[in-house]
Design a protein around this ligand. Structure first.
Ligand code: SF4
Length: 88
């Protein structure tokens, strides 16, 4: 986390109470652009998925992270061959 380039910009990565959809989309677009330049995006995304974090981490918002975990679980449940197809 110390290598992340978002330090000091917490307000872009976590929503204020009562945030409206348009404001959220705008905030997350800025956060995504920062994550896109970050040297630890993959590590950050993996950490957030594993620890079920909330907010914008590694280029993903809450819904995207839940969907990624769901896809990963489905691949594991389908077996090793299906899991291999999902890689790459
Ligand atoms: S990937 Fe995004 S949220 Fe994670 S450390 Fe980097 S800038 Fe911060």
């Amino acid at each position: 986390m110390s290598d992340g380039i978002c330090q000091g910009q917490t307000e872009l990565f976590f929503p204020p109470f009562g945030e409206q959809a348009d404001a959220r989309a705008a905030r997350e677009a800025v956060a995504a652009s920062i994550c896109g330049e970050c040297p630890v995006t993959e590590e950050c995304r993996s950490y957030a998925r594993h620890h079920r974090e909330q907010g914008f981490w590694g280029g993903e918002n809450d819904e995207q992270r839940v969907e990624a975990r769901r896809r990963s679980s489905a691949r594991r449940a389908a077996g090793p061959a299906a899991a291999a197809v999902g890689r790459g």
